[in-house]
Design a binder for this molecule. Structure first.
Ligand code: NAD
Length: 477
């Protein structure tokens, strides 16, 4: 059954709700049922042009004359409006992309307001500074907004990933055109609702969901000054090429294939209790999911049994049901992709849990475990983006580290050890942007991002505002 009250017929451009240029409405499908949830406006190239023009006007208009403290006040109001909508937003995202509600309440419900508030706090510290010159006089060092930001986001953590770009950009004094994907177009408009209610000036935030073509148009638009992208490595490479040609600064948060390194001295009870959160969050649709489990040969069978038992015991169901631990995937296409990875894996590894699609409506895939996996095989090297884990044996810690680093990617990672110093020593040796010891949790105050094919640049923490600022030195005598 569709929910017409959720329909979103208009885009949000220049502080107004505007019909899309080609007038077509896109059907957003509910992941758990496979049925139409509601319809949403999608942008084409003309809409993108209108949105960029609005963001350019706002950049050079009243927004530019606000002090950092005034921007911080507006961001705080924006945070409050997001917070007021948190429950509805969380449930809406769960229906769009299949994320279990408890997780959605955290990452799509509370986190966006928290992140907006955090960057409001950092905006206050952006005043000019004066440095004495060794040859006499001094230099005023300003950190100016880089300009109009093109923010292109994916469907897996749609609200957090959007606000991780919007909040530092606005705090820095930039204006933003947000281009979310069609799968999660509905929840993206909640950001516009909150911006309007908070009184953000027209054009400061424009919300124009659309497909790849709309994204490509935005990224190469002549009036865009900076690109902030989260998504697949393939799209990131294409966007990076465009940005390189245009000499346009770009942040790329891309894919991953992170390890969960079980040391000889690991507490397997703790490891099992956190397996869902660390290795299968959001039904495996998580860039930093630690899906390559490295187990010492001496405890290999023990680890395989723990992983198999834990995964086989997970409750699969409707993401809105509080008991659900694993929901459906975002789309039929994504389910087919994941099932084809599993089919290839069964040719050379041992399936110990799951492996199929349950007989029910929606885009479900059974949580799946492969044992006796070679690290060079496709299921260990390619990002599957579904509930599929591999358990890989290692002999000695040097081999564990070599296997951990034998990946195109370097985004997340976890080390399990009963000895905190030992865990830290192993974590230091993994070539990755982020890594946890006996847990894995993003921290608002710490930079998040990848190395190698997992991307360029960082979001969150004070590091997360730097890409939206450009230094200017005014030499004075
Ligand atoms: P995707 O790359 O297909 O799409 C992401 C966004 O980019 C969408 O809005 C899409 O419309 C747009 N897009 C695609 N091609 C484009 C192009 N050539 N030019 C401009 N825009 C383009 O990714 P997806 O399938 O939506 O998301 C899943 C991927 O995102 C996974 O690989 C996952 O690991 C990655 N991801 C990374 C992080 C991170 O922080 N590193 C976080 C979440 C997801």
């Amino acid at each position: 059954m569709t929910a017409p009250e959720l329909d979103r017929p208009d885009l949000y451009i220049d502080g107004e709700w505007a019909a899309p240029a080609d007038g077509t409405a896109h059907e957003v499908i509910e992941a758990a049922t496979g049925e139409t949830l509601a319809t949403a406006a999608l942008a084409n190239a003309d809409d993108i042009d209108r949105a960029v023009a609005a963001a350019s006007r706002a950049l050079n208009g009243p927004w530019a004359s606000l002090t950092p403290a005034e921007r911080a006040r507006l961001l705080t109001a924006f945070a409050a409006e997001l917070n007021a909508r948190r429950k509805e937003t969380a449930a809406l995202v769960s229906r769009e992309n299949g994320m279990p509600l408890a997780l959605s309440r955290l990452v799509n419900g509370s986190a966006p307001a928290f992140i907006a508030q955090y960057y409001a706090g950092l905006a206050e510290s952006l005043d000019e500074e004066t440095r004495p010159s060794p040859t006499g006089g001094d230099t005023v060092v300003r950190r100016e907004p880089v300009g109009v930001v093109a923010a292109v986001t994916p469907w897996d953590y749609p609200q957090s990933l959007a606000i991780m770009k919007i909040a530092p950009a606005l705090a820095a004094g930039c204006t933003v055109v947000l281009k979310p994907p069609p799968e999660t177009a509905l929840d993206a408009f909640v950001l516009a609702d909150a911006a309007a209610a908070a009184g953000l000036p027209a054009g400061v935030l424009n919300v124009v969901p659309g497909g790849r073509e709309a994204g490509a148009r935005l990224v190469e638009h002549p009036d865009v000054d900076k690109v902030a992208f989260t998504g697949s490595t393939a799209a990131g490479r294409a966007i990076g090429e465009v940005a390189g040609r245009l000499l346009r600064p770009v942040t790329l948060e891309l894919g991953g294939k992170s390890v969960s390194l079980v040391a000889e001295d690991a507490d397997l009870e703790l490891f099992a209790s956190k397996l869902l959160d660390v290795s299968l969050p959001n039904n495996g649709q998580t860039c930093h999911a630690a899906t390559r489990i490295l187990a010492p040969a001496s405890r290999y069978r023990e680890v395989v049994d723990v992983v198999t038992e834990t995964v086989a015991g997970l409750t699969v169901g409707d993401p809105l049901d509080r008991a659900t631990q694993v929901g459906p995937l975002v789309s039929a296409v994504q389910r087919e992709r994941v099932l084809s990875h599993i089919a290839r894996g069964t040719d050379y590894a041992k399936l110990t849990a799951g492996g199929g699609a349950p007989d029910r409506p929606g885009w479900f895939v059974e949580p799946t475990v492969f044992a006796d996996v070679d690290n060079s095989s496709s299921i260990a090297q390619e990002e599957i983006f579904g509930p599929v884990l591999c358990v890989i044996p290692y002999r000695g810690e040097d081999e564990a580290i070599a296997l951990a680093n034998d990946s195109e990617y370097g985004l997340g990672g976890v080390v399990w050890s009963d000895d905190a110093e030992h865990g830290l020593a192993l974590a230091r040796r993994i070539r990755t942007g982020t890594v946890g010891v006996n847990h894995y949790e993003l921290h608002i105050n710490a930079p998040f991002g990848g190395v190698k094919a997992s991307g360029l640049g960082r979001e969150l923490g004070p590091e997360g505002i730097a890409p939206y600022l450009v230094a200017k030195s005014i030499y004075r005598r």
